[in-house]
Design a protein around this ligand. Structure first.
Ligand code: KIV
Length: 271
């Protein structure tokens, strides 16, 4: 049986840390499935990691469904969650239900994640949950608002921390089953972990969270721009590039030895 949202709640109650990783296709999906993590997110970070965009904004709903289907073919144990992309849930409840519903109908994912807690977003969350679609919230650095917030650490002042705290309580109130907190001061995450009954899953939010989530490509050193709060466990991109260069070099060398240059040989006559 795959992990479900009630299991995550129980992990929080038992003090068992929740491990979460992102995946964007069947290859990365197989890696994270083998890791034994509890939750796999098909994050819209795939716009940058796998599609080469500068931000998460351009990825379409169709593309997110397509990538979630690929991940869903190989991820069977962890809870599978998909990101609702930019503008798929900001244009009214009806459109948000239709967009989120596509993930539950067309892919094996069991929940969706969306960013922010503005009054319109809270209405959408409440509607999704009443429709039977579990929702994970996301506060702090919310990349879909990068043009307003930048990539920097959020909630650095006391009033901003109080605002974020209120938003977290609102998300819980509207029925979110868990909350991602990205790039915020560790003491704030620690406080929210204790104040909220739902699991708080941190990324660049310090160690005192109910769970930790990372973009797998950052963890493996596969991306060009490493976020300041993630230390890669290996230099994956460098390793792969070196091996591929080495293979090309070897092929050329072996080929030269096996087939010496034809040089001045007369052309083969046409048959
Ligand atoms: O899109 C994503 O990968 C995310 C994680 C950073 C949590 O939202």
């Amino acid at each position: 049986m795959p992990i479900n949202i009630r299991d995550l709640q129980n992990y929080k109650t038992q003090g068992r840390i929740i491990t979460a990783l992102t995946a964007w296709d069947a290859l990365s999906g197989a890696w994270v499935e083998a890791s034994g993590c509890d939750l796999v997110l098909v994050g819209d970070s795939l716009a940058m990691v796998s599609l080469g965009h500068a931000t998460t904004l351009p990825v379409s709903l169709d593309a997110m469904v397509h990538h979630t289907q690929a991940v869903g073919r190989v991820v069977h144990g962890p809870l599978l969650v998909a990101d609702l992309p930019f503008l798929s849930y900001q244009c009214g409840c009806e459109r948000a239900v239709a967009a989120a519903g596509r993930f539950l109908k067309e892919t094996p994912c069991q929940a969706v994640k969306l960013e922010g807690a503005e009054p319109e977003t809270l209405k959408v969350i409440s509607r999704l949950v009443r429709t039977g679609i579990p929702v994970m919230g996301h506060l702090g650095l919310t990349p879909q608002s990068v043009h307003c917030l930048g990539w920097r650490r959020q909630a650095r002042s006391a009033p901003d921390q109080e605002r974020l705290r209120q938003k977290a309580l609102d998300l819980q109130q509207q029925g979110c089953f868990a909350l991602v907190l990205e790039h915020v001061p560790a003491p704030l995450a620690s406080r929210l972990r204790r104040e909220l009954t739902i699991p708080v899953v941190g990324i660049g939010a310090g160690p005192d969270c109910d769970g930790q989530i990372l973009v797998t490509a950052d963890l493996l050193g596969l991306t060009h721009h490493q976020p300041p709060f993630i230390k890669a466990r290996l230099q994956g991109a460098e390793l792969f590039k070196r091996e591929l260069q080495d293979w090309c070099h070897q092929q050329r060398h072996q080929n030269q030895t096996a087939h010496p240059p034809t040089g001045d040989n007369p052309p083969t006559p046409d048959c």
